[in-house]
Design a protein around this ligand. Structure first.
Ligand SMILES: NC(=O)c1ccc[n+]([C@@H]2O[C@H](COP(=O)([O-])OP(=O)(O)OC[C@H]3O[C@@H](n4cnc5c(N)ncnc54)[C@H](OP(=O)(O)O)[C@@H]3O)[C@@H](O)[C@H]2O)c1
Length: 284
């Protein structure tokens, strides 16, 4: 079989970086999409089959030129795998009562519209593959109800619905689509800084701050204490063996320590009990 090809967005750090390293070790040719900083550390550990491509998923021109670069390098060949991995948790914290709507929209620009944009631009090349695949990286957090932090899981829930639509639309053309839902992977994303912490509380107007502070824990603390953490390398290994190497892709793969319980809570546990579980997790 000829060398398989993959484009991974947001590959300069965390899960994206570990996935490209794994694919490279397995002999794939990779295009490592990055946003702000070129992924120098990644390129050092990879073979010359891996190349960096600047791709800000919120910017149509950047996505267009990234895919032109990929298309040029493929020289008529196919893109076998797209991993829509780029995402952010930042900037849109707070209660629904006070969240900054422009920031909420900016988060969706990365986590949802960015994935639509890259998928549209990459599909002409994926369609050339005999076994084209798209992996949307969702989040186990979409099974949780996170007070003061709902913007991120809502964007990931939307991405899951997008995955379901793409699966049906692209099946006749032989393109398989899935949503990989990580939880509890040690990456820069879960490394919450003091500034981010302060920013969340500062998002509340003065008259609401004492009320919310008295009721709720900082959401990141509650999640971190509920789940142990895996390394990004362990996670990438699991994704490679369970998802990328699978013959037929399932709708979604929930991967991470302890996260298997979340859909069971959603499906089996009555609503009132589920709400009590999340209250206990996030309330002071
Ligand atoms: N770690 C976990 O436990 C966990 C849990 C659930 C879901 N996830 C998901 O896993 C994926 C990878 O996250 P991670 O944990 O590895 O965190 P990460 O290291 O912060 O990776 C996110 C990457 O996305 C990139 N990115 C952000 N905005 C972008 C933009 N506009 N255009 C292109 N790239 C952009 C970032 O690059 P810049 O820094 O240069 O912007 C960064 O390299 C994400 O989809 C995340 O939602 C992770």
């Amino acid at each position: 079989m000829s060398t398989r090809t993959a484009l991974v967005t947001g590959a300069a750090s965390g899960i994206g970086k570990a996935l490209v390293e794994k694919l490279d070790r397995e002999g794939w040719r990779c295009f490592a999409g990055y946003n702000r900083q070129p992924p120098d550390a990644l390129l050092e550990t990879c073979s010359d089959r891996t190349q960096a491509v600047q791709c800000n998923v919120t910017d149509g021109e950047s996505v267009k030129s990234a895919l032109e670069e990929v298309g040029g390098a493929l020289a008529g060949g196919a893109l076998d795998l797209l991993v829509n991995n780029a995402a952010t948790t930042g900037g849109a914290g707070g209660g629904v009562e006070n969240v900054d709507i422009d920031r909420f929209k900016s988060l969706f620009e990365v986590n949802f519209w960015g994935q639509v944009r890259v998928t549209q631009a990459a599909l002409p090349f994926i369609r050339r593959s005999e076994d084209g695949r798209i992996i949307n990286v969702g989040s186990a957090s979409q099974y949780l109800t996170i007070p003061m932090g709902c913007s991120y899981p809502i964007s990931k829930a939307a991405l899951k619905r997008l995955t379901q639509a793409l699966r049906v639309e692209l099946k006749p053309f032989g393109v398989q689509v899935t949503c990989v839902e990580p939880g509890g992977v040690r990456t820069p994303m879960i490394d919450i800084s003091e500034e981010q912490r302060a920013e969340l509380w500062a998002s509340f107007p003065e008259h609401l701050l004492p009320q919310y502070e008295a009721q709720f824990k900082f959401p990141g603390d509650a999640i971190e204490s509920a789940f142990p953490l895996w390394s990004a390398e362990k996670f990438a290994d699991r994704v490679y063996h369970e998802v990328i190497s699978a013959k037929k892709l399932k709708v979604n793969y929930l991967i991470g320590p302890g996260v298997w319980v979340l859909p069971i809570i959603e499906r089996v546990v009555p609503d009132s009990l589920r709400e009590r579980i999340f209250e206990r997790m996030f309330r002071r």
